[in-house]
Design a protein around this ligand. Sequence first.
Ligand SMILES: Nc1nc2c(ncn2[C@@H]2O[C@H](COP(=O)(O)OP(=O)(O)OP(=O)(O)O)[C@@H](O)[C@H]2O)c(=O)[nH]1
Ligand SMILES: [Mg+2]
Length: 431
Amino acid sequence: MDETPATPVITVGLNSGQATFDYAMTELTALVEANHMTVVEQVQQSLTRPNPGTYSGTGKVEELATIAADDGVDTIVVNDELTPSQIRNLEAGTNTRIIDRTGLILEIFANRAQSREDKLQVQLATLQYQLPRLHTSASQRLDQQTGSGGGGGFTNRGAGESQTEMSRRTIQRSITHVNRELKEINQAAETQRAQRDRNQLPSIALVGYTNAGKSTLMNALVQRFGKNEDKQVFVKNMLFATLDTSVRQLVFPDQKKLLLSDTVGFVSQLPTQLVKAFRSTLAEAANADLLVQVVDYADANRDAMMATTEQTLREIGVTDVPMVTVFNKADLTETPYPTRAGDQLILSANDDASIDLLVQTLKEKVFHNYVTANFLIPFADGDVVAYLNDHANVLKTDYQAAGTQLRVELPQADFNRFKQYVVTEPTSNPS
Ligand SMILES: Nc1nc2c(ncn2[C@@H]2O[C@H](COP(=O)(O)OP(=O)(O)OP(=O)(O)O)[C@@H](O)[C@H]2O)c(=O)[nH]1
Ligand SMILES: [Mg+2]
C-alpha cells in the first residue's frame, strides 16, 4: 500500500455547453484519485472553444496561477487533451506542472501495469503520446509532465532514460523496439488462443466501463463453476483495477463448458494510443462468441458509459459479436432483481440467484449446438462410456445384455464421433 500522502491538484474544465460536462468533471476527479492525487479545487470556465494558445482564456490563466499559489498546489489537471504548446504556455503562465486528461490516464495505466505485456503496451502508448510533444524547448517541460512529481512517473518505468536527453529519433527507435517485443508476445498469445479454439469451447468475454463489476462477476462465476486451483481475479473500488486479460474455464453440472474472459475496462476519452496498444489484450473480446456488457446500474451516468463502451468496441473492430447486457449493482438501487427481459438482465454480482439467472442466460446463448441421443455401447468399449460420463450430460444409464445404454446430451461434434453407437434418432435441443 502506498503510504505517501496524495498529491494535491487543481482540476480545470471548459464548459462549452456539452451535455456530458458535469459527468466528465466528476469522472476526472475519480481519475485523479486513481492516480494517487486529490482535488483541492475545481475550476470551470464557460468558453465555446479552447483558447488555441493557452486552453483557458488569458484572464483565467492568471487566476489559476493565483489559486495554485494560494493553495500551495504545483500540479493542474486539465479535463481535455491539450496541444504541446498549450501545455507549455499553461505551465509557464501558472508556474505549475500541467497534466492533460490523456497524460493522466497514461500515468494511471503506467502505475497499474504488472505484466511484461501490459508494461510494454503502456510504454508504447506513452511514447506515441510524447512523440509529437517533443519540441525543442518542450523537452524540459515534457520531463516534468511525465516524469517527476505527482502520483505517476514514467522516468523509472518508461523508456528508461531521462526524457530530456531523448531525441525524436531515440523515441522512434524505442517505439520500433517495443513494437517488436510486443509482436513476439502477441504471437505467443495467438498460439494460446488458437489452441483454445481447437478445444472448440464457446467463449464469452466480459466487457464494459471501468469499475462496473466485471471482475466481481468473473470471480462469482469461477467460485461456483471454475476449477479449484483457479485464482480469483483482482477486484477493487478504483478505476482500472484490471489491465490484463484473464481467461477461466467454467464447467457446469451438466458437463457443459465454456471459456470466460475478463479484461481492461473503458472510460470516456480513453486515449487512442492506449486503445491501439491494448488491441491484443482486447482481442479476446473480438474473438468471443458472446459479449457480456457489464453496466453499473446504480450510476446516474450509465447511459453515457454504455455509449462509450459501445464506441470503444467499434474502435477495436468488435462490431458483430452478439451481446447480453448485465445491469449490475442492482442491490444499490430500488429496482427488484434479478430480472431478465430478452438480452438484458438486472442483477447483483453479490447475489446467488443473480448468478443463476446469468448462467441460465449464457447457456441458452452459447450452447445451441447440442443434441440429445440414446447410445448403446458394448462393454468392450468402456472408454467411450467413461468419456461420455466426463464430457457430456448423461441423463440416464441402463445396463443391458448387449452393453451400456445411455441417454446423453452432448455437443454435435461428439455426437458425430459416436454416431455408430446411436440406437434412436437424436432430438434437437435448443438450449
Ligand atoms: N454493491 C455492489 N458492489 C459491487 C457489485 N459488483 C461489483 N461491486 C463493487 O464494485 C467495485 C468494482 O468492481 P470490479 O469487479 O473491480 O470492477 P471492474 O469492472 O472489474 O473494474 P476494472 O477492472 O477497473 O475495469 C468493487 O468495489 C466491487 O466490490 C454489486 O453487484 N453490488
Ligand atoms: Mg476488473
